[in-house]
Design a protein around this ligand. Sequence first.
Ligand SMILES: Nc1nc2c(ncn2[C@@H]2O[C@H](COP(=O)(O)OP(=O)(O)OP(=O)(O)O)[C@@H](O)[C@H]2O)c(=O)[nH]1
Length: 656
Amino acid sequence: MPLRRLLTRLLLAICIPLILVSTTLLPVLHVHMESRLDSLRAEAKILLNVGQETLTRDINESLTYALAIAEMPELRRYLASQDRAALIDQHNSLSDLSQLSTFLNTLISHNPRYTKLVLIDNQGSEVLRAPKSNETGPRVNGTHHAYTDYFQEAASLLPRDLYISPPGRNLQFELFGNEVIPVVNVSTPIFDATGARRGVVLLSLNWSYLTSALRQAMLLEQSANTLLIDAQGRWLLDEGIPPLNTTSFGSDFATLAPDYWQAMQQRNAGHATVDNHLLRFQTEDIRTQRYRSLSGSIFSENAYYPWKLGVSLPRPTWRSLIEEETTVLWFLLLTYGVAVAFGIFWAFSSQRQRELRQAAQRHAHEVSDLYENAPCGYHSLDTTGRVIKMNRTELTWLGYSDEEVIGHVTYRELITPETRDHFDKAFENVKNNQPGSAECSLLTRNGEQRHVMIKASAFYRDGQFVHTRATVFDLTERKQLEEKLRAQAMTDPLTGVFNRRYLQTQATTEMSRARRENNPIALIAIDIDHFKHINDEYGHDVGDDVLTSFTKIVADLLRQEDLLCRVGGEEFAILLPNTSLSHAEQVAERIRSTVAATPINASEERSEKMLWLTVSLGVTAILTNEKGLKPALKRADIGLYQAKENGRNQVVVNAG
Ligand SMILES: Nc1nc2c(ncn2[C@@H]2O[C@H](COP(=O)(O)OP(=O)(O)OP(=O)(O)O)[C@@H](O)[C@H]2O)c(=O)[nH]1
């Protein structure tokens, strides 16, 4: 059982500190984590703003560039001259075309934003292409552009308006150098100086150039990933993001990464946690006023807009947080270690304390039991003598409960008035710091007395009397024993009447009283006749019974104050205070006649026998001037002897 308790305490000692430390530290770490997340969100926001700025700037620059080309006077002039050239000067026209082509070739070759430039007349026929070498690719199907979206849309636009083919639509790629790159077609109408519509210029925007600039701008943070998706969920960057690294321009990102798509699709801007990454995104529409540069309106196909530009950053985990700050880890381990060590120390020390406490309690219980049930009484009194403490033994002697006594009665009240003085004296001594003892009689609840010896001392604290400490010994039994012994010393054990010694002691008292009061006092000597014969006939035991029965017969004939004593084997004497000789003779005669007339039952084993006794008596008066009983006894014996001599069963008075 103690082992199980110790194990339980050890378990608690480990668990409670762990819980306490965790509940203290975890909120701190949580706040730390939250602040890390806040800074991550802020970082994502900054990256997103940088991306947006980069995207806006690059598109604006690209569009401005496209407009600048469309508004080149050489281009306008050449297209205007096309109509006239047919009529006026074919040679000049061809010369202009050559110059323009060279110029545009140079322009496009040195500008990585665009992969090609195509000049188209109002009928959709290609007039010029730069660079000339770049004539391959999925969208190059000859020189007739009349049915293309970029021509049809741009052919009806106003000056400075632009049409942008949605990126990813029909997945346009072109061979650029040795690479196949995605392109986006940008077209704008061309007007001459008179405002007449002269054709359309098509520029293929190098989408890789644009998006790599975007990615570079947004990859300020090494672990950041850039996302650009159109309204249909198509991936608009030329590179994927981990783990979708194989994703390429035009891939169905909505299907490949449904979690990202779902998070971004529902709102225009915001942030979400996807795949342990913090995703922040916002909506971009290149057709809006915000993207305008020198252009008028920008047109495209509604179904592909707006785009979603986003950035994703890996969320910090508890592990990464701790790994980053190893001091926190060490602090945590140290704190847990100290807390658990303290807990274990507490478990063992509390177990030890518990054992000590139990031992102390056992000891206190034993002491209390000793105090309460000691064979003697214990009590404590305050300065006024009021009981402030009393053990069960003394309460039992008195017959009271502790509620009745303690704090309510003074000890003096429990002592008989006759012995109170003894107590008062002893109590004063004790109050004066001296040992005190008193032999008193206690009054019990039922009116009995209990003779006790009280031994007390004072308890002082800081020189001040606090209370007494008394031990009470019950002397009642001793007294009773003493009484019994005294009685035994004075009585005859067989018959229970007084013995010769008591007769002599008492005779001295009675003689002096008789002398004092001048009263007569008499003595009768009695001897059973032929008692030897009874012993011989019926045995010694029957003889004893006869002696006992005889004393009862005689005692019944006497007064209270008369003293019947056995002075020998079958010899008795009666001291009769305040009795004259003649009256004593009458008493003797009454005894003689009653004994002679009273049969005594002498029981034997199988039969019952009635015995008849006679007694001889000698009577004398005790003279007041006699020193002791001896002369009177002698006179009575002489009378008795004469009675025997005269034939027994008679009274002889010997006046002396
Ligand atoms: N049973 C019994 N007998 C006792 C006791 N004390 C004395 N006796 C006997 O009493 C008898 C006394 O005998 P005696 O002195 O000869 O006198 P008696 O037989 O009474 O004759 P008389 O006195 O001459 O009439 C003796 O036999 C004693 O043994 C006693 O305590 N118990």
